[in-house]
Design a binder for this molecule. Structure first.
Ligand code: DAH
Length: 342
């Protein structure tokens, strides 16, 4: 009796077809689950006489396996049917969807643009280490020892060697240039700098500067003014106004901060320029004779000007980026807005 039942169920399994999930479930209930016909037969195994138990047990196991492997086949059938059904017919003549191309980071764009502007008027590009010694970051730049200006810069010191710091500005590269070559020197030095600041919309512990240096015979403040005047017009627009405000840096004398007319309100007054119409873009000045001498350059023969500006700041003014954190968060919604730059 039980043998006939097994044969009958085996035929049913063989003949079963499934096109949909519902049919598949029907199959599972009927042949796989605990309460399936196959399960029921197993329950009856205890009524089979002992002498036949072994043989019948083997038959049932075979049936169970048959049910399982057919189930796998049916799953495959249903999957291929349903995925085909959901898809529109493929049009092989359509052009491909295309790749999403990345774009230049706005800071990279600004850095390249600054380099381009200065290269066109004869500046070359130089580089220096981000882990800098006290001499290049401070002492040679005329920061006296224990001078409060050192603290002003919120320096990160290297724990194992207090003589080494993460550079707080790119001005140390000026020193390296002047130590390694005699004038004329006409270079810009872009790079990353570090300060021990809490990260906020207006301050960051890592940012970028571009340093500029021109040393030669008879370099004057007029050269400085004209160079940065040219830069501001090229970087922003021809009608950008520039003003020089007296300031102090240990490594320049005299020193000036450079402001440009606000790019947002064009002088009418807005939040960005704090209703003054002007925004600061750089520090600058005539290289202090002490600094020239520290580097082995004769200050009676040569003079020079220097300037330093923040790349984030210039980018902010150009593209109205009002939160410094955006530059490093890699938010694709921010980065996508610069797609057309190159
Ligand atoms: N190093 C200055 C800073 O980080 C910027 C600066 C000011 C650089 C005047 C210069 C300069 O070369 O002449 O704030």
């Amino acid at each position: 009796m039980i043998r006939e039942k097994v044969e009958d169920i085996a035929r049913q399994i063989e003949a079963f077809k499934a096109d949909t999930q519902e049919e598949l479930e029907k199959y599972r209930m009927r042949f796989i689950s605990k309460k399936s016909v196959v399960g029921e037969l197993f329950a009856h195994l205890k009524d089979v006489p002992n002498s036949e138990k072994r043989e019948v047990g083997q038959l049932l196991n075979q049936l169970k396996q048959q049910a399982q492997s057919k189930f796998q086949v049916l799953i495959g059938d249903v999957e291929s049917k349903s995925s085909g059904a959901d898809q529109a017919p493929v049009d092989l003549t359509l052009p491909p969807a295309g790749f999403e191309l990345g774009s230049v980071h706005p800071l990279t764009y600004t850095r390249n643009k600054i380099i381009e502007i200065f290269e066109r008027i004869g500046f070359n590009v130089a580089d220096g280490p981000e882990i800098e010694d006290d001499w290049h970051n401070f002492t040679a730049l005329n920061f006296p020892e224990n001078h409060p200006a050192r603290e002003m810069q919120d320096t990160f010191f290297i724990e194992k060697n207090p003589d080494m710091v993460l550079r707080t500005h790119t001005s140390g590269v000026q020193i390296r240039m002047m130590e390694n070559q005699q004038p004329p020197i006409r270079s810009i030095m872009p790079g990353r700098v570090y300060r021990n600041e809490a990260v906020s919309a207006r301050a960051h512990c890592v940012f970028h500067q571009v340093e500029g240096l021109y040393v030669n015979k008879k370099v004057s403040f007029v050269d400085l003014k004209q160079t940065l005047y040219h830069f501001a017009k090229e970087m922003f627009s021809k009608d950008t106004k520039v003003r020089y405000r007296p300031s102090y840096f240990p490594f320049t004398e005299p020193s000036a901060e450079i402001d440009i007319s606000c790019q947002i309100c064009h002088g009418d007054g807005c939040q960005l320029c704090k209703y003054t119409g002007w925004v600061e873009i750089a520090g600058s000045g005539m290289v202090d004779p002490n600094v020239l001498e520290n580097c082995g350059i004769d200050s009676t023969e040569y003079t020079g000007f220097a300037f330093g500006m923040g790349i984030e700041r210039i980018t902010q003014l150009k593209f109205q980026v009002n939160d410094l954190r955006l530059y490093t968060e890699n938010d694709i919604r921010f980065l996508k807005q610069f797609r057309t730059l190159h």
